[in-house]
Structure formats: C-alpha cells, structure tokens
Design a protein around this ligand. Structure first.
Ligand code: SF4
Ligand code: SF4
Length: 307
C-alpha cells in the first residue's frame, strides 16, 4: 500500500520549508521553472533563520554508508558504496566526547540506511547513555522496520528514540508499522515535509568556481550538520563525496576547512560557529542548475544523476 503524508497518527514536523514544499506541490508542478523559482526563493527567504547560529548542538550521525533502496541521485551517494558502518566503539567515543563539549539538543541516527547497521541496538543504547535529555531519532526508509524484533522496539521505547520514515513511493505496510509503534509506544514520524515521489538535484560542478556563500544560502541542506568518525561536516554531501570520487574517479576536494575535528575544538561554541556557515566545499554545488521534479527511481549508477 502506498501511504500519504500526514496520514493517521504519523507525525510530521512543521517547518517553514516543509510547509512551503507541501503547499507548492499542491499548486505548481515540480517540473516547472515556476516551482524552482518559488522553492529556491523560499529556501533563500528562510536561510537567515535556518542558518542562524544555534545555542545547542544539533546534528545527524551518519551510521551506515550504504543503503538497501539505491535511489537515483541519492544525496549521500549510498548506491555507490559497498556497505560500511561506523564502528560502535568509535561511535561511543564521539558521543561521549561531544556531550562533554556541550549540550546536545537533538541527534538523528541516519545513513544510508541506519537499520542496516549490525549493532544498531548498541548505537541506540550508547546514544541515550550520553545524551540523557536531548531529542533522539532514527531515520529510515522503513523497509526493514517490520523485520526488527521485539528487542529493537523495546529499546526504542526505553531510550525514547523516535522513528522517522522518509516517504519514498515504495510499498510499505504502514498500518503494521504503526501497530508496532503504538504497541511499543514509539513516536513515529515522517522525516521529510513533502513527498519523495520526485527528487531534486543540486548538481556537483567539477570546476568548483561557484560562490560558496550564495550556494549555502540557497541550499536546503545547509542546516544538516553531519558527524562521523570524529569529524563534523556542515552537511552529508561533504562527508559522502569520497564515495562519488572513488566510484567515478573524480577529485572533489574536501579541505581541512570543510570539517571540524571534534577532538581538536576547544568547546561547543567553536563547533556551533562552524556549523552555521558555508565551507569551501559549497563552491562545488551548482544551485543555479538545480533541477526539480525528477521522478523517483532506482539508480542506474550513471554519473549524470549527480552532476
Ligand atoms: S533511501 Fe535515502 S539513503 Fe537510501 S538510496 Fe534512497 S536516498 Fe539514498
Ligand atoms: S556543501 Fe554547502 S551548498 Fe552543498 S549541499 Fe552542503 S551545505 Fe549545501
């Protein structure tokens, strides 16, 4: 059964951009220049607020590099990766350290597909052990949710981990998932305000001559700080581009200014200052050539899906 956004007791976080997306999707076809113009302006209009320096730490932890869905144009290049996972010990060191730096208000366990992690229960337990009060959630495409046993649901309940499903147009038994969520008293939500029937593409531009600040202010990924193996990036693309480089023999450069080593910063303020600004990697993102209304589909691993 295909499911619709906002159906039943599934929670959708209300954000300005999410609301805009839902509204625009109803009134303007995504393939038109008008949609692109309106959406990019909505992103620009909200960028000041979205990119304002935060008081507390809020980020995604990239737990798994690969995925079991392999969408065309995937923003984390997951279809190009032979699966790899964060090591549980390294994850624990990172979470322990970052919570010493400052208060973590929110963390999302994400991928790729986070449920592919062989020790996902351990990651959940570690997360709540150190992030005692902040909001924790696990982001998934939902495919493996019904294969998870009682221990998984019980751990989500005990550790107050919400589950957020990205609404791809795939068959999911959402009634059954909801039944489990209700049975175990786990908060179930959608990850994305809008439908994923269509994808958008922010092409990578190999000449890297873009204006990093202009791109950052028109990018809806600009508030998506991503942590992995001790390094904080302003978005997942900067972390994951190495998979694109490896697969296609490209050389998009990630410089030292593109991330912060969480073990080298003096405090959370240094991280928070970094997380709200463009980094040199933003020069590669060709927002002028962004394309909307690309029908969702499975990747053919053609380079044109990303450039
Ligand atoms: S489900 Fe998400 S992470 Fe997986 S391939 Fe699709 S876009 Fe990428
Ligand atoms: S590198 Fe910058 S412009 Fe590109 S996706 Fe990330 S935040 Fe957006």
């Amino acid at each position: 059964m295909l499911y619709k956004m906002g159906e039943k007791k599934i929670y959708v976080r209300k954000t300005f951009l999410g609301n805009c997306r839902r509204l625009l999707e109803k009134i303007v076809p995504q393939t038109t220049d008008l949609y692109k113009w309106l959406y990019l302006n909505a992103v620009r209009f909200s960028s000041k607020k979205r990119n304002e320096r935060k008081k507390y730490l809020s980020f995604k932890y990239h737990t798994v590099d690969g995925c079991n869905l392999n969408c065309s144009g995937c923003s984390t290049f997951s279809p190009l990766v032979d699966n790899s996972f964060v090591d549980a010990k390294s994850f624990e060191n990172d979470i322990k350290h970052i919570t010493k730096l400052g208060y973590v208000e929110k963390m999302e366990l994400i991928g790729g597909e986070a449920l592919l992690h062989p020790n996902i229960l351990e990651l959940i337990e570690i997360s709540r052990k150190y992030i005692e009060k902040g909001e924790l959630s696990l982001v998934t495409n939902g495919i493996l949710l019904l294969k998870k046993d009682e221990k998984f649901w019980e751990s989500c309940r005990k550790n107050k981990i919400g589950i957020k499903i990205t609404p791809y147009p795939i068959k999911l038994d959402i009634d059954k998932i909801l039944e489990f969520a209700e049975k175990y008293d786990v908060n179930l939500g959608y990850y994305y305000g809008g439908s994923k029937i269509h994808f958008c593409k922010y092409p990578l531009n190999m000449d890297g001559r873009g204006d990093m600040n202009k791109n950052f202010n028109r990018c809806d990924s600009s508030c998506c700080a991503t942590l992995r193996d001790g390094k904080m990036y302003i978005c997942c693309r900067t972390y994951s581009v190495k998979f694109f480089n490896e697969y296609y023999g490209q050389e998009f450069k990630v410089l030292e200014k593109d991330y912060k080593d969480i073990y080298a910063v003096k405090d959370a303020d240094e991280l928070l200052d970094f997380m709200c600004k463009a980094t040199p990697f933003c020069r590669y993102c060709d927002l002028d050539k962004s394309k909307f209304g690309i029908p969702w589909g499975i990747t053919k691993k053609e380079i044109g899906e990303w450039i």
